[in-house]
Design a protein around this ligand. Structure first.
Ligand code: HEC
Length: 245
């Protein structure tokens, strides 16, 4: 009796572990959209890395990541990384830092662009996806963002996405943004841009937990082992109780 209760407890704990991940991913606020990011999509992470170094690394560092680790994890040769992903005089063993000193950045933007190494963990992939789709031109003519009102960051991908402006509706006498409307098309269609952002966020997700690519496949073996072990325990129980009866 007690042994089967233990087996049950172990199974319940395993199930709880699996579902807690799903529950965490489900949280989110008003303008947050589901990103559909697949952490194990290495090709998407490779494309995202390219977007990151081209559009983000000028202001944001990713100082927990080294270029050679990037090469290894994403299945790229060091030459490929050096030719396609490195523009500064950085060396292959260096971390992904920026040349701009933080103090200067603060002076220019009023706020220092944060290091993005762990951003996917603190904000979540859906938030990041929505953030990169949530830039709009506000009444001042400047950039604003649905997810981060009055963000100090300009819309660096506007040439790809185009320019969005807000459409308001009134709730309890207050103007609230209902949605954003594309007023000037960019180089990409809406679908293509969503794809671009998903790739970028896949990379940011990888960045925040580089071992995730490996850990997930280990996880499957752990689950199989647990199932097998529960089965063994059950056989043992049957064996013990046969003598008792
Ligand atoms: C021109 C400089 C610049 C570039 C280029 C840039 N950013 Fe930013 N970014 C900023 C600044 C400044 C902030 C701080 C915004 C604030 O807090 O108001 C910021 C904030 C952010 C945040 C929000 C952090 C948080 O949790 O508050 C994210 C996410 C982000 N940037 C992602 C990106 C990505 C992804 C790219 C590349 C596609 C990028 N940024 C390119 C300047 C830049």
């Amino acid at each position: 009796m007690r042994r089967s209760r233990l087996t049950f407890a172990a199974l319940a704990a395993t199930a709880a572990l699996v579902f807690s991940h799903v529950a965490l991913a489900a949280g989110g606020g008003g303008y947050v959209e589901h990103s559909g990011v697949n952490t194990r999509d290495v090709a998407a992470a490779q494309r995202g890395a390219k977007i990151f170094v081209n559009y983000c690394l000028s202001c944001h560092s990713a100082s927990y990541m080294r270029y050679n680790r990037l090469a290894e994890d994403l299945g790229l040769s060091e030459e490929m990384v050096m030719q396609n992903l490195m523009f500064s005089d950085a060396k292959i063993g260096d971390t992904m830092d920026i040349a701009m000193p933080a103090a200067k950045a603060e002076e220019w933007f009023g706020k220092a662009p944060p290091d993005l190494s762990l951003i996917a963990r603190s904000r979540g992939v859906d938030w990041l996806y929505s953030y990169m789709k949530g830039f709009y031109r506000d009444e001042t003519g400047g950039w604003n963002n649905l997810l981060l009102p009055n963000a100090a960051m300009p819309h660096v991908l506007w040439q790809l996405q185009g320019i969005q402006e807000p459409l308001y509706h009134t709730v309890h006498g207050e103007d609230v943004i209902e949605k954003l409307v594309l007023v000037e098309p960019g180089e990409q269609t809406e679908d293509e841009y969503a794809h671009t952002v998903r790739d970028l966020v896949t990379f940011l997700d990888y960045l925040s937990e580089p071992s995730k690519l490996k850990r997930k496949s280990v996880g499957i073996w752990v689950m199989l082992f647990l199932a097998f072990f529960a089965f063994l325990t059950y056989l043992l129980k049957a064996e013990y109780w046969r003598d008792v009866h």
